[in-house]
Design a protein around this ligand. Structure first.
Ligand code: MG
Ligand code: MG
Length: 259
């Protein structure tokens, strides 16, 4: 069932997503060689609670932490740990909040220290592919138009698109209909209408598209061990142009946007 949100609901979802965006900026301040992913997680939880929300992922389906931190060949759902980030790593930080009965959900992949040009290009193309997808989150388009735009941009750059993990609707639940694949055919899938809130989140691999779940029951990694990037924004479908409910601006004020 598709749930179209009222202006009032969209306001609450926006507040959640702006808090996630600001939380990711707090995390950005800490990201450098020598920090553990668990330290990032602690800061995120503290910041979310200080701002009157609760972590959206903590306990969700039994997930043990506030952030998903997915390093290098980890695609998504990495569990924060005592892993020490090192120069040349990339880390996808995915964060959710819950307040006033609604969720926020946004993700950003950060370079750690100096990262190779090859991997920086993967980050750039993945972020661009997200915005190509958002350009299609417009009333009258279809969900396949979003996926097609992401897929074409990523594959034209020689990268591959993860199939099994997809974007989703967002609202009173973290994951609502519809599924928003990062691949697809133009003109296929459900018709997009004003008020539908979507998380668009390309997961793009430097090598092959195949993934596996690690023994921890959560972490998704590439089978070939090559890096994967992930960016996510929440948007609301509207006439003419989607409205983006989260933002990378707070993060990129901190990082000086090198991507
Ligand atoms: Mg997310
Ligand atoms: Mg999501």
């Amino acid at each position: 069932m598709l749930v179209y949100k009222s202006e009032k609901e969209i306001e609450i979802i926006r507040r959640n997503n702006l808090l996630v965006s600001k939380t990711l900026a707090e995390v950005a301040k800490l990201i450098k060689p020598g920090v553990t992913t668990l330290e990032l997680d602690k800061r995120a939880e503290e910041f979310i609670r200080d701002n009157g929300a609760v972590p959206g992922f903590l306990g969700y389906g039994g997930f043990p932490n506030t952030l998903c931190t997915s390093v290098n060949d980890q695609v998504v759902h990495g569990i924060p740990s005592d892993y020490v980030l090192k120069n040349g790593d990339i880390v996808s930080v995915d964060c959710g909040t819950y307040m006033e009965g609604y969720y926020g959900d946004t993700a950003y992949t950060f370079p750690v220290g100096e990262v190779s040009d090859e991997i920086m290009n993967l980050l750039r193309i993945t972020k661009e592919s997200l915005f190509k997808g958002i350009e299609n989150a417009v009333e009258g388009m279809r969900v396949g138009d979003i996926g097609n735009a992401v897929q074409v941009h990523a594959e034209n750059s020689g990268y591959s698109v993860v199939r099994e993990m997809v974007g989703h609707g967002l609202g009173k639940n973290m994951h609502e209909a519809p599924e928003v694949p990062n691949y697809g055919k133009k003109g296929r899938g459900i018709l997009l209408k004003k008020g539908l809130v979507l998380c668009i989140e390309p997961m793009i691999n430097l090598g092959g598209k195949q993934i596996k779940q690690d023994d921890d029951g959560w972490t998704i990694s590439t089978i070939d061990g090559k890096p994967s990037a992930h960016y996510e924004l929440a948007v609301v479908v509207d006439k003419g142009k989607a409205e983006i409910l989260s933002t990378f601006d707070y993060i990129e004020e901190i990082t000086k946007n090198k991507i």
